[in-house]
Design a binder for this molecule. Sequence first.
Ligand code: FES
Length: 162
Amino acid sequence: MCKENDLFQPLKAFLANDQLTESDLIEILHFTQDHFGYIPDEAQFLIAKRLKIPTSRVYGVVTFYSYFTQVPKGENQISICLGTACYIKGAQSILNEFEKQLGISAGETTADRHFSINPTRCLGDCSKAPVVMVNEDVYSRVEPSDVSKILDIYRMESQEAK
Ligand code: FES
């Protein structure tokens, strides 16, 4: 038995529904991303084969919608607002500090898959700029000196979960 194949068993089970058609592609991609945290190449191949469509069609949909990603994401999503109000109030230095402390660039995920950094547009809370969101938590009027404290909160949560 090959462990690699086992990883895709839930997707294969989902695809076993003989009612699925190409119009279900988005739903299948949502299932895939929810399961894996991203959409691996092999999953795209399996989906294309099951729907009898070219893999390029699946790839086209995955890359069209920003919700879908082909890159594994971290357990904690750090969204740093680079909208105008936040940018004026120093959001770039906040982003730089997260990059420095995590050793990754914007859009990347740490090797241990704990954190991803995602620069975003306005988060709708401009009066509290600069704004950072980690998962569903909102941090306002963030200073570069707050970055290590914010990261520690999620590092501790990860340790407690073990
Ligand atoms: S510009 Fe950052 S919350 Fe609006």
